[in-house]
Design a protein around this ligand. Structure first.
Ligand SMILES: NC(=O)c1ccc[n+]([C@@H]2O[C@H](COP(=O)([O-])OP(=O)(O)OC[C@H]3O[C@@H](n4cnc5c(N)ncnc54)[C@H](OP(=O)(O)O)[C@@H]3O)[C@@H](O)[C@H]2O)c1
Length: 97
């Protein structure tokens, strides 16, 4: 039986990856590896904003962009509120030039 073809290395440079549970455990490690090893820009989501900010600082030397979204994904209104707030901030930033 022929051996399977080797996997192509993942290249996420310039692309954005949304990582839920990025404040600890598997999600935290996934965010680290995607940024450090594959050049992905990260949107990290979790409830503990302080831990998300710590990840953002940690990944600064990699040069990728990191956005954080503090939200409880069990609460639909929390997610909608966060998304609305981000859109408003972006609109304000565009208006300000
Ligand atoms: N570790 C393992 O070996 C393993 C093996 C098989 C399966 N799993 C499963 O994989 C998942 C992650 O495991 P883990 O060990 O990485 O757990 P963990 O260290 O407890 O991490 C869970 C992550 O999810 C976030 N989170 C939990 N509830 C949330 C909510 N309502 N809204 C937003 N974010 C939420 C937590 O952040 P905040 O608390 O800041 O919100 C944290 O970042 C779990 O479902 C676990 O059962 C783990």
């Amino acid at each position: 039986m022929p051996s399977p073809a080797p996997m192509k290395p993942m290249d996420f440079r310039g692309r954005w990856v949304l990582v839920t549970g990025a404040s600890s455990g598997l999600g935290q490690e996934m965010a680290r590896q995607l940024a450090r090893d594959h050049g992905a820009n990260i949107v990290g989501v979790a409830r503990r904003g302080d831990r998300l900010q710590a990840r953002k600082q940690e990944l600064r030397p990699t040069g990728v962009k990191v956005l954080t979204m503090t939200a409880d994904l069990q609460k639909t209104e929390d997610v909608a509120r966060r998304a609305r707030a981000r859109r408003q901030r972006e609109r304000a930033a565009r208006t300000a030039g």
